[in-house]
Design a protein around this ligand. Structure first.
Ligand SMILES: Nc1nc2c(c(=O)[nH]1)N[C@H]1C(S)=C(S)[C@@H](COP(=O)(O)OP(=O)(O)OC[C@H]3O[C@@H](n4cnc5c(=O)[nH]c(N)nc54)[C@H](O)[C@@H]3O)O[C@H]1N2
Ligand SMILES: Nc1nc2c(c(=O)[nH]1)N[C@H]1C(S)=C(S)[C@@H](COP(=O)(O)OP(=O)(O)OC[C@H]3O[C@@H](n4cnc5c(=O)[nH]c(N)nc54)[C@H](O)[C@@H]3O)O[C@H]1N2
Ligand SMILES: [Mo]
Length: 769
């Protein structure tokens, strides 16, 4: 009998695709025909969906089942039936709610989960918890938490980081020079949160270069220069010591201030605080003028080039940009604020192709023309508790319930989290200082995790509920930075005994009494149609007619028109500062913020300043023991921890370990070469990694991307695989933003001479079904 072959339209964070299915198994994931730049990550999909890391049955940790112990991360799991598992979870939710209140249920559950708006895991969890009385959530994201806290004080909105930012159309048409702190890392444009249909960033950047835009890429890693811009002769690479961009920005502003190049009219009409900042730049209070020579000593970029770049920026239509990475660092608020202040002094904010923007090329859609129509979403309803922690303070919360901390002008206390619930995220991927996180995970009374895969987070849970992947359900893919919505047709039946997160929450809600509130009587098909129709009505109110749901579902995608006039960030405010003021206290850009100054934070004063990061290459004593700055950037071969065991990520491993990039001088000093295994360590922990020697990374800097599945030889011991978060520091950016500061860490590297232990993180855990 011929085997049944079918193709279905589907989509992921890394692109829309056609799933090829034979005999109930996904055998291929082919890019759609009109994607100009599809991601190689699609190749990982079949192997992931049917791979050995899938969780087949509900599992409970033996020590928790028998005597409620907290020995997480080093225990066996036993399979239970769905009814038993749901009874256990419902029982714990009921108990914690009755004894400690809803705020003791921590279900912030940060994470990217999968594409698809209905089955979006965190939304399902949020809606379930909100109809159960609420929970403690996490505020903001790991991507740009410091920016989200800072920018409303400075610009009245976080839009310069969240988007929309000035569109590439205006850059192609008007920009002459684009200065990119943190570069334009094309690896990062493979994906977007919520999913995307087509990859357009590279096309836009090529068009800009063809139109004559010159790109200045300021970054410790040469791969942040798009190779095609290099080949076109349109890019200059300025290597910079990590975490020192603020010094360079201050020096550029100093040149403008001291050479009469600052746009004094714009600074007076649209900004407050230039006089205070200018005094700081000129060294009038601290006696240190922030000259290019001063900055060179800190950041390593030649003083002459800093000065000429400042003069060129004032003379040419210049777009100043910074990657989100710059603020995932100690005092990460400062480079973002300093860039706004620099752009204010240049005076081109609100002009087409000028001003500033954060996050160009950090994800696929940032800067790409996007529609203004709201996408279909699952309403998560209101959280009755209002309880939250800043996103990256999870370990602090677990280790010090009731502890006080400061955050954006408030003194707050950590809730007493008794139950931790994760659905759609992987803190043992994303959080800093994993050995500390593992200790923090011993604190709660119960940890529940929904996962398709045996991630390190699943391994640190008490109750593990196997979730489906997107291929096992129907959904609508829509990203807020996209202009195409894609239908995601179910391709296969659930693998093993996996269930949709939605079905799992229905099972719990039936036991807890919130089923009707949670579902409103709709099933998957009912919700998809309903969500689409709500979006369709909103679009109609904006004069945009969308095809009916059936037509969308049948064709597989709908293209939403983008505005005909290219978007320019702050254009309205530039044209009419009195009539359309910013939502800051002054109604203007705040180069000096009385509000922030009033908080009295010594780690985030009233205007941008240079701070030495807690760990950096300029600290002589630190560098004697840990002489290398660790850049744990986003991986080119996967999405965070997703897809690590398959496809391009698997192929990139060296003797099974994550690759680490070392400059030839640093490799020679350690007598290591391509393919060797090294131990990378500091006071927080140690990991193994496989050496790549390359001059694409600066001397003194190493790149070990995020996402290798955490694989400790024993709890707290050597990570055999190379997860950089064993080495990063778990400390808020400042009291203002409390964002993660993963890009500020020093390490040492040495040849590893021991026996190579096998990687076990990609297999089902011991005791699995
Ligand atoms: N050192 C360092 N650390 C970093 C960063 C850095 O630059 N350096 N970057 C940070 C940033 S910006 C981010 S955004 C975070 C990302 O951190 P995360 O978003 O937590 O990472 P992911 O690996 O995407 O985790 C998502 C998890 O959801 C699971 N999942 C997928 N679909 C479903 C589903 O339908 N249901 C359920 N229940 N689960 C599902 C996946 O299997 C995966 O394990 O990492 C942060 N960590
Ligand atoms: N392939 C792939 N793409 C992704 C992701 C992924 O997991 N895989 N994750 C997505 C997510 S969640 C996010 S938030 C975005 C994040 O986007 P970014 O924040 O831009 O991500 P990174 O890759 O950490 O950083 C970009 C570059 O900044 C440089 N850099 C780091 N520190 C410094 C510094 O102090 N100064 C300067 N000048 N440069 C520095 C590094 O060389 C790095 O390559 O990426 C998204 N895109
Ligand atoms: Mo992110």
């Amino acid at each position: 009998m011929p085997s049944a072959l079918k193709t279905v339209p589907h989509a992921s964070h890394w692109g829309a695709f056609t799933a090829v299915v034979r005999d109930g198994r996904v055998i291929d994931a082919l890019p759609i025909a009109n994607d100009p730049d599809p991601s190689p990550m699609l190749a990982a999909i079949p192997g992931m969906v049917h791979g050995p890391a899938r969780i087949a049955e509900p599992m409970v940790r033996e020590g928790w089942l028998k005597h409620r112990d907290r020995n997480r991360g080093a225990d066996r799991f036993v399979a239970v039936s769905w009814d038993e598992a749901l009874d256990l979870v419902a029982g714990e939710l009921k108990r914690v709610k009755a004894d400690h209140g809803n705020a003791s249920i921590f279900a912030g559950s940060y994470g990217w989960a999968s594409a698809g708006r209905f089955h979006h895991a965190k939304s399902q969890l949020g809606r379930f918890m909100n109809t159960f009385g609420g929970y403690t959530t996490q505020k903001y994201n790991y991507s740009y938490a410091a920016a989200l806290a800072l920018l409303p004080h400075v610009c009245g909105t976080a839009q310069p980081s969240e988007g929309p930012i000035s569109s590439y159309e205006t850059i192609v048409a008007e920009t002459r020079q684009m200065v990119c702190f943190g570069g334009l890392s094309m690896k990062n444009t493979q994906l977007d949160s919520g999913g995307l249909a087509r990859h357009e960033s590279a096309d836009w950047l090529k068009r800009a270069a063809e139109a004559g835009v010159r790109f200045v890429i300021v970054s410790p890693i040469r791969d942040d220069v798009p190779p095609f811009l290099d080949a076109m002769g349109a890019a200059e690479w300025l290597p910079i010591r990590p975490n020192t961009d603020t010094a360079m920005m201050l020096a550029m502003a100093y040149v403008l201030a001291s050479e009469g190049l600052a746009d004094d009219a714009f600074l007076a009409s649209h900004c407050v605080g230039w006089p205070q900042y200018r005094a700081y730049l000129l060294g009038e209070r601290d006696g240190v003028a922030k000259t290019p020579a001063w900055a060179e000593g800190i950041c390593g970029v030649p003083a002459d080039r800093i000065a000429s770049l400042a003069r060129e920026s004032a003379g040419l239509r210049t777009m100043l940009s910074a990657a989100w990475s710059l603020q995932r660092a100690d005092h990460g608020e400062q480079p973002f604020w300093a860039l706004v202040a620099l752009a204010a002094a240049v005076g081109q904010i609100g002009l087409p192709g000028g001003g500033f923007g954060f996050g160009y090329a950090c994800v696929s859609g940032q800067g790409v023309p996007r529609s203004t129509v709201s996408m279909p979403t699952l309403p998560t309803l209101k959280n009755p508790t209002d309880s939250f922690i800043p996103v990256a303070r999870i370990a602090d919360m677990l280790l010090s319930p009731g502890g006080e901390y400061e955050y954006d002008g408030e003194i707050r206390t950590y809730p007493d989290a008794r139950l931790v619930y994760w659905c759609g995220g992987n803190p043992f991927h994303h959080h800093q200082d994993l050995n500390r996180l593992a200790r923090a995970f011993q604190q709660p009374e119960c940890v529940v995790v929904h996962e398709p895969f045996w991630t390190a987070t699943a391994r640190h849970a008490d109750i593990v509920l196997p979730a489906t992947t997107t291929l096992e359900r129907n959904d609508i893919c829509a990203g807020k930075r996209d202009h195409t919505w894609a239908a995601m047709h179910q391709a296969i039946e659930p693998v093993g005994n996996a269930r949709n997160d939605h079905a799992i929450f229905c099972g719990l809600a039936a036991r807890l009494g919130n089923l009707e509130a949670f579902t409103e009587g709709r099933d998957e098909a009912g919700w998809l149609r309903h969500m689409y129709q709500v979006a369709e009505e909103k679009a109609a109110a904006q004069g945009v007619t969308l095809p009916p749901f059936e037509a969308f579902w049948e064709t597989g995608e709908v293209n939403i028109p983008t505005p005909t006039k290219p978007f320019v960030l702050f254009e309205d405010f530039r044209l009419d500062p009195e009539g359309v003021p910013l939502k800051t206290p002054s109604g203007k850009f705040e180069i000096y913020s009385e509000t922030i100054a009033g908080f009295g934070y010594d780690d985030c004063p009233g205007h941008p300043v240079w701070f030495e990061p807690h760990e950096w290459l300029g600290h002589v004593q630190q560098v004697s023991e840990t002489p290398l700055h660790l850049i744990s950037n986003q991986p080119r071969t996967r999405l965070h921890g997703q897809n690590d065991p398959e496809g391009p990520s698997r192929a990139s491993k060296i003797k099974g370990r994550e690759p680490i990039w070392l400059h030839p001088e640093d490799a020679a000093l350690r007598d290591v070469t391509d393919g060797d295994i090294v131990r990378v360590f500091n006071s927080r922990g140690a990991v193994l990694a496989g050496v790549v020697v390359t001059d694409r990374v600066m001397p003194g800097v190493v790149q070990l991307a995020t996402g290798a599945w955490y694989d400790p030889a024993e709890p707290g011991g050597l990570d055999k695989h190379g997860n950089p978060n064993v080495l990063t520091r778990d400390q808020g950016t400042s009291r203002l933003g409390q964002g993660p500061s993963s890009h500020s860490a020093l390490v040492q590297v040495e040849r590893y001479r021991g026996n190579l232990p096998p990687i076990t993180a990609w297999q089902a855990t011991e005791g699995s079904a």
